[in-house]
Design a protein around this ligand. Structure first.
Ligand SMILES: [Zn+2]
Ligand SMILES: [Zn+2]
Length: 164
């Protein structure tokens, strides 16, 4: 069997995480997602740490988008001896087999109006960075798995690299 295909050629990691041009009225992304696409290393520009009560005596700190209710868990990293609050470093595997980190979802999210369960992104819709990157109007995908299926079916993302 040949690896070659004449229909869709799989995209590279660079193409999959490329920030789309900072336009546009047609963009479906939340402003917070766009901010993160432009400055992927500057989490705090797009997200703020929010403390929410968790039971009587505990609290949980979440990263929440500055422009909507999209949120995700925070972790404490103490690499290099210095404590630092970071976003979820876990590599999640979608049911399509495509591995991703929470930051990829943050970069792809569409403005989320409703407050969901803490840290749960199930109520969030996503737009496609790859479509936007090639100047195509992205659809809106209701949930992580739907986005991943789109990436696999439309763009040939095959799980060979982590989306982040
Ligand atoms: Zn947002
Ligand atoms: Zn797409």
């Amino acid at each position: 069997m040949s690896q070659e295909t004449t229909t869709t050629s799989p995209i590279t990691r660079e193409q999959a995480i490329l920030p789309p041009p900072p336009t546009s009225k047609t963009s479906s992304f939340c402003k917070g997602a766009i901010s993160l696409q432009q400055n992927p290393r500057s989490l705090k520009h797009a997200l703020r740490l929010q403390t929410r009560p968790d039971g009587l005596y505990n609290h949980t700190r979440l990263f929440q988008c500055r422009h909507c209710h999209f949120s995700g868990p925070s972790y404490t990293s103490s690499s290099s001896g210095k404590k630092e609050i970071i976003s979820d470093p876990t590599i999640h595997i979608s049911s399509t087999g495509i591995p991703y980190r929470w930051t990829y979802l943050a970069k792809s999210h569409v403005k989320t109006k409703m407050v969901g369960e803490m840290g749960v992104t199930g109520m969030t819709s996503f737009a496609c960075l790859v479509c936007m990157g090639v100047g195509r109007m992205s659809g809106v995908y209701g949930g992580v798995e739907t986005l991943m299926e789109h990436l696999r079916d439309e763009h040939g993302v095959d799980g060979g690299f982590v989306l982040d």
